[in-house]
Write a protein that binds this ligand. Structure first.
Ligand SMILES: Cc1ncc(COP(=O)(O)O)c(C=O)c1O
Length: 477
């Protein structure tokens, strides 16, 4: 089997130090597989975003999008840091309230059924209304004025969305809202775009600003603009390596190079006679711009039709900016650790490395990841690079942890550890299932004090009010 180019992952220095000095003992103590979260990295990410906002004098609320990870440690850390929280299910609402968030610091987004709406109204949180049905139900059910945002979508030139309401529909709601002030209080407008494209976000901002103005003309007084999440992560240590790998992969899909793709996988490429076309499913792994830089560029960009930056428009008009970052806060704040069970050589020379976890536990919504896991051999091993596919522990053909060939520094042996970097942003949780009665990997919170690491159950993590954080148990380094 061909040895593919490497795609080295970027590692946070704290995580790197943990791998170097503490991981083997933690894996020995707790077993594998394991999800490990690093609340201190989460806190640093939050600080970086906050610095960008405060440097521009922007009145803001940073709502941590809980959906990115089930970790209780992140939720408790978010509360300690003074962040707000965005919940998208009854389970997430419970988790936020359990962590001590007051209702005033909770916002609910996403589509909601009647039962969830009733819970939200009883709790008294801000409801980010997704559609007309939700609004009508709130008006019918609310016994006191409920703070709401309206989610807008379908801006000219942006992709269609199943969420939110088009601007024309939103504009028709002003008389309804003005007549129902005893059940709804319009705080503002929101959008969430599943794209890294600034141009689309700025168009959405311009669309919302026009709507805010018309709401004021309609007798309402909204002062919140919520720009959702979507700030990106940086996975790769070397963007050149990403390009080299994808070039080799595309050549291999055209059969010009020995196979780098597992049986039939095309990664979203369309295969022509002489070239591959389209955007691969793993394109986000090419990003090199940290979230804080991306946010700064967005705030400093001119809004179409306004001849002023977003930051200037917000401050000049006394608007409050809300953000709902998920993966940007979780960036580099988690890893997943698996153990090698055994390796297999297939008749055509393909090498399979079987692991003790499944694809769903380490890839977001079944997407391929395009940074390499790190192999930590249990015993010192001489370098002998090879290519291999990673196979999961479910007896399903589809349970391939990687459907692209991965470069490993040497042939793994049973008991060696494989570390998947940067998994806290959806990778560990978005499609996680306990198939075939395999238990979900335990989740541990890791904290560092000087050069000593403490590790304890995620659910037992308790930050001290002034930080740093205090896990409940300490395991050997
Ligand atoms: C409404 C809403 N807000 C925020 C987020 C978080 O997005 P991200 O993790 O890309 O920041 C999502 C993610 O799906 C969302 O649907």
């Amino acid at each position: 089997m061909v040895t593919p180019p490497a795609v080295p992952a970027l590692l946070d220095p704290l995580v790197r130090q943990f791998l170097e000095i503490a991981l083997p003992a933690v894996a020995e103590h707790h077993g594998t597989p394991l999800h490990l979260v690093f609340p201190q990295v989460f806190a640093r990410n939050a600080g970086n975003l906050r610095d960008v906002l405060t440097a521009r004098g922007i009145d803001h609320r940073l709502c941590y999008a809980h959906k990115v990870n089930r970790s209780q440690a992140f939720v408790r850390e978010a509360r300690r840091l003074g962040l707000d929280i965005d919940v998208a299910s009854a389970g997430e609402l419970d988790s936020a309230l359990r962590a001590g968030f007051p209702a005033a610091r909770v916002e609910a987004t996403g589509p909601k059924g009647e039962r969830f709406l009733k819970r939200l109204l009883a709790a008294g949180v801000t409801v980010n209304v997704d559609n007309r049905w939700e609004l009508d139900r709130i008006i019918a059910l609310a016994e006191r004025p409920t703070p709401i945002l309206l989610r807008v979508s379908g801006f000219p030139g942006t992709a269609a969305s199943r969420f939110g309401m088009p601007p024309e529909e939103v504009e028709r709601l002003w008389p309804v809202l003005a007549a129902c002030r005893d059940s709804v209080e319009l705080r503002g407008l929101s959008f969430h775009l599943d794209t890294g494209a600034h141009r689309d976000r700025l168009r959405a901002v311009a669309g919302c600003l026009a709507l805010l103005e018309s709401a004021w003309a309609g007798g309402l007084a909204p002062d919140v603009l919520d720009i959702g999440g979507g700030l990106r992560q940086v996975f790769t240590a070397d963007p050149g390596a990403y390009d080299t790998y994808t070039r080799a992969l595309r050549e291999s899909l055209l059969d010009r190079q020995p196979g780098l793709a597992w049986s039939g996988a095309t990664f979203g490429y369309r295969i022509g006679d002489t070239a591959t076309h389209g955007t691969p499913v793993f394109h986000k792994y090419a990003n090199t711009v940290p979230a804080a830089e991306e946010l700064a560029a967005l705030l400093d960009a001119e809004i179409p039709g306004h001849h002023r930056s977003l930051a200037a428009v917000l401050t000049d008009n006394l608007l409050q900016l809300w953000l709902e970052p998920g993966k940007a806060l979780a960036d580099h704040a988690g890893i997943t650790v698996a153990a090698v069970e055994f390796t297999r050589d297939l008749p055509d020379g393909t090498v399979l490395v079987n692991l003790d976890l499944s694809r769903d536990q380490v890839t977001p919504a079944d997407q391929e990841t395009l940074v390499d896991p790190l192999l930590l051999p249990a015993e010192p091993a001489a370098p002998a690079p090879l290519g291999a596919f990673l196979a999961g522990h479910l007896c399903l053909e589809r349970d391939m942890v990687s459907t692209r060939a991965i470069r490993l520094p040497c042939r793994p042996r049973p008991g060696d550890l494989l570390v998947f970097p940067n998994t806290a942003g959806y990778h560990s949780d978005l499609s996680a299932a306990t198939a075939a009665m395999h238990p979900a990997p335990p989740r541990l919170a890791v904290t560092r004090e000087r050069s000593t690491f403490s590790t304890g159950p995620d659910a037992g993590y308790r930050p001290t009010e002034e930080g740093p954080c205090a896990p409940t148990t300490t395991s050997p380094n």
